[in-house]
Design a protein around this ligand. Structure first.
Ligand code: AMP
Length: 376
């Protein structure tokens, strides 16, 4: 693939903060971005050269968007197969639509991971209520019932603890079909981000540790506080997933570390990931720069960090209201996404705190370093 020349246009599907930070990295590399989103004044469009306002399923909008771009990528995964095919018939799309289709559907994703020899929690596809009873018989309780599509930030799932939970959970979760996963008693949740180019070469960032609150990412610690062997295994697994997918672009792999230190993949996302935001401040080339480089066909520098880091999300009106303190706190590196309205659960921005390389403090030290952003 010849590298995209300076001033060429990268088309980004989706107008959120991941698109915004990708567009900022693209601008630094001399590219223009053109965003496709149905949302007026979106975070990504605010920092891009152009925007097509339109629905992800509207063939006229998709066509107009594609014709304005030299290469197409995405920060938003839920574009239909028909929409992706239309885009791919007009311009190169990276990562490939086939990769997106796998990541959009938890059953396809888990089947792919099994075929790639990558460990996950045990699981069963659930299309009807009798399947769910059979799946509970096979996997036991507790277990986690999830929609196969359109879940995010812990939405579209329910933990089944007793047989009485089965029918209410089946009734509550939509859209069907569903998937049942064995409950993983995990020691921690980690993720690894990989960038890979069309020539099959690439780079893997360090494993990072993710802490959630109310199903939403709250804190990321980089690097993850896990045994060196576990971190290396997580990186090996993430690269294997990217390589097996023949990925061109960026891929985040979310994993559980179980109580024996084993790494189990939870889900994959072929795009920049919230857990990689710290790379903007702690790495010479961030996840966003590597995303743009991979889809533009530029060389991929190593995803190496020059500092340890903690990233704190600013979620909802309460944390957005802390902004004056965040910008006034020395050492907190502020990032705001340009969203007009701070609804509950909405990611409004984040702040990164850097530490010396291999010098991440303990939880108390992190709390002190986060100052006004530390949880009570
Ligand atoms: P997901 O939408 O799959 O990322 O799941 C959201 C959160 O639910 C994860 O970050 C975990 O904290 C929890 N979770 C998901 N699947 C499982 C599982 N199989 N076992 C235990 N916890 C899970």
């Amino acid at each position: 693939m010849p590298a995209l020349t300076p001033n060429a246009t990268v088309g980004i599907i989706g107008g959120g903060q991941l698109g915004r930070m990708s567009a900022m990295a693209a601008a630094r590399l001399g590219y223009r971005c053109h965003v496709l989103t149905p949302e007026p004044d979106s975070p990504a469009a605010q920092v891009s050269a152009a925007c097509t306002l339109g629905d992800y399923e509207d063939p006229t909008a998709l066509r107009r968007f594609a014709e304005a771009a030299d290469v197409i990528t995405f920060e938003f995964e839920n574009v239909s197969a028909a929409g992706l095919e239309l885009l791919a018939s007009l311009r190169p799309v990276h990562p490939a639509p086939a990769v997106l289709r796998i990541s959009q559907d938890r059953v396809l994703e888990k089947s792919f991971l099994a075929d790639a020899g990558v460990p996950t929690a045990p699981w069963r596809a659930v299309e009807a209520l009798p399947d769910l009873h059979a799946a509970v018989d096979a996997l036991g309780l507790p277990a986690v019932l999830k929609t196969t599509r359109l879940g995010y930030d812990g939405k579209g799932q329910a933990v089944l603890r007793a047989r009485e939970d089965i029918e209410p959970a089946w009734a509550a979760l939509d859209p069907k079909p569903l998937i049942l996963e064995g409950f993983v008693n995990y020691a921690c949740e980690i993720s690894v981000i990989v960038a890979r180019g069309a020539d099959g070469a690439g780079t893997v960032f360090d494993a990072m540790e993710n802490r959630h609150r109310d199903g939403i990412l709250d804190l990321t610690l980089a690097p993850a506080r896990v045994a060196p062997g576990t971190a290396t295994e997580a990186q090996r697994v993430a690269w294997r997933v990217a390589d097996t997918l023949d990925l061109v672009g960026l891929l985040a792999v979310e994993m559980f570390v179980d109580l024996s230190g084993r790494v189990l993949v939870n889900e994959i996302a072929p795009r920049p990931h919230n857990s990689g935001h710290w790379t903007i401040d702690a790495c010479p080339a961030s996840q966003f720069e590597l995303h743009v480089r991979a889809v533009a066909g530029l060389p991929l520098p190593p995803g190496r960090r020059h500092a340890d880091a903690v990233m704190k999300n600013l979620v909802g009106p309460e944390e957005a209201a802390l902004w004056p303190q965040v910008v006034a706190t020395p050492g907190l590196i502020p990032h705001l996404y340009g969203k007009a309205e701070a609804r509950p659960g909405r990611k409004m921005g984040h702040a990164t705190r850097l530490f010396p390389l291999n010098g991440l403090p303990d939880d108390d030290g992190i709390r002190r370093a986060l100052g006004c952003l530390a949880a009570p």
